[in-house]
Design a protein around this ligand. Structure first.
Ligand SMILES: [Zn+2]
Ligand SMILES: [Zn+2]
Ligand SMILES: [Zn+2]
Length: 97
């Protein structure tokens, strides 16, 4: 069982993350939706927004995998905890499992 740190939903049972806007370089970007019936990494459904930190989310700015792109991702709109370094976030997720 793993809970999304941001929307606090159980990842494998929720259809979508609650936060659909990413802030990159001070600008708002709509997050890319899931294009699979069910995401095999975070478990969201087709057209749902991936839980933040998912391997299958693509950056809305550069279209690379979000967890490895070089954009200055400031965080999710609506979340108080702003994330400066996504790679660090990923390590955090791994250590929680
Ligand atoms: Zn979530
Ligand atoms: Zn996903
Ligand atoms: Zn990017």
């Amino acid at each position: 069982m793993s809970i999304c740190e941001y929307c606090k939903k159980e990842m494998l049972e929720s259809k979508s993350c609650d936060f659909n806007t990413l802030v990159i370089d001070g600008k708002d970007y709509k997050r890319n939706k899931c294009i699979d019936i069910k995401c095999h990494d975070c478990g969201v459904s087709l057209n749902g927004v991936h839980h933040f930190g998912c391997d299958n989310e693509y950056c809305p700015k550069c279209n690379r995998q979000l967890i490895c792109c070089k954009c200055n991702i400031e965080g999710l709109k609506g979340v108080l905890l702003w994330v400066k370094n996504l790679k660090k976030l990923r390590l955090l997720y791994i250590s929680m499992f």
